[in-house]
Write a protein that binds this ligand. Sequence first.
Ligand code: ZN
Length: 645
Amino acid sequence: LSASRNPAARRWPELAELAGTARAEAAAFSAEHRETLEWYRAEIQTGIREALSTLGRDVDQLSGGNPLCRQLLDQTVEYIDWMQWTLWDLPTFAVAFGTDLTRFRKRVAACGFVYLSFRVIDDMLDRHYLYRGRRPTLLKTFTSSHGQGHDSEGLTVLASLLLSFDGMARLVSEVDAGDEVAAAGMRRLVASARQVLVGAILERSDESDWSLAFYERLVARKNVDYWRMLNAALDPDETSPLHPFLIDYYGLAQRLNDIQDHSADEARGQPNLVTITRRQLAVESCSRGFDEPAPTAMQAVEEVVRRDFMRLGERFAVLRGRERGAASVKFMESLSEARRLGLFADLDSRAPVATATLPKLDLVWDSTAEEFLERLGPDALEDVACSVCGGDDLHLLFRKRGFALRRCRVCTHIFVTPRTRAEVLARLSDELDGHGEDPYLDIQRIHAEHLCQVLRRVARGPRFLDVGFGHGYLLHLAQAYGFEAYGVESSLERVHRLGPVFGRRLARASIGRDRLPWGSFDVIAMSHVLEHLSEPRAALKEAREALADDGLLYIAVPDMDSAQFRVFGKRWDVISPVAHLQYFTSASLTRLLGTCGFEVLTRVEHPEPSPIATGATELFRRIGGNESGELGLLARVAPDAGGTS
Ligand SMILES: [Zn+2]
């Protein structure tokens, strides 16, 4: 019945049906066991507090009341007491298993300590100073009270080890008191802890080793085994019928967590489901036909998560009694989390909100990868292969503002990947049009005179096109040198500004996307344009189409062979990963020109170093650097590529 009216039931019929069943059973389970769940929760709180206070007393005694030990323990106690909410899944399972309350308290305090100690270590490994951007972590607390250096990290490790061994000692004493489950728990705890440590190493793998298979293993080793440490308190032999469900449930929980943390992981270069899926799609798109629409990364991730839910549904279907009730609660919690993250948007037949106009981005050219992702979601970024040779054997040079700059091992070209998607950049350009000027536009003014002299000597005719004319310095001078000067710009504001002077010889166009107007030119200049483009190859082919067969092309871009880049690296002002996507060397630009039907004639050296002095460039001048940092090449249409292709 609902299938015909509910859009979600059309898109996700099985999931909608599953949710209907689970919702009713989860509500019944929670209502029936509300009181018992509260008892177990109270036992967690009591158990952890008792254990923390015993640990504090023991350390005080062992250290002879040492002030550092006391301070450290106070800070640890406060953090762990707060962190105990991460154990609050346990009451649901304890109800399912009918665990004895007192034994529950003791075992949870023991296994919980080991589990929480790993969270403390994780904060340190990931340099987490704030939990979810709010609560200071133990690492942060230690850093504030013991300095920035290795001391705070060392103390964090020591506090974590202390918690871990204290937890194990607690479990051993339960074994000694005759708790058989605790003995099995000890074995499970040690085995899982060892597996989690392997996972923590895996997580630090070089990104060239990331794949979907790697990701699955990482989730199993790290996140699922993490929970198994805690589950050692309840079902250490893992014989409960609920166990297979929970293994899948914790795998899914991590995938949802990845969606939540994607922007931060992306900016830090840590493996994440969304990142790895997006890369996989980029690889697959090479072999995809033109007619097949490519799914976005989020659509692909949504499909992964949908399959997870379906598998959970199968596990759920074979359960009975309280175990089935506990599973339905966890199923519904995951589903609400998925919905909160924006997945399965019309599951309750709430139509997605249609917006007539796109909202303002409120981002700038200096915004970070994280800001783009937070503002626009995972599909704000795209992974690309080398724009010059198409290669994907890349070497990570560095990250700036969360964006990775990589060098192609085949052709030396440097470029940003993953990068801001072209549609997003187009929106940003429109939004920022006329607001704030690019200081590098002034380079065009400084070099214009010399460039016109060179071009006047070698050009075969007067028709001149300036692609990306900026403030129009080159247009004005070219006209003074006798050229018929035309210009295109992607900025409407700049087209309007020069309109009174050049009239109909100006047009708004983005090279590579729009066809260049006015037909055959003798000279085309592209000064500081190519580094901004998503598709430099398409732009050069477009330029080739607009040139006469004996036409000339002048290209200027920042020079990645320059001393300034070698000296300043990522601090060089030119390195601006949203505005500048392409970073050429002389070799890579020559190669690209060659494959687009051009032959390089000469490098145009500008006699005057640029007087533009901002940040790193100013420092470079002061220490005597006099190169322009610019790569200017003059090329002609290659003779054998003559005629139109
Ligand atoms: Zn390449």
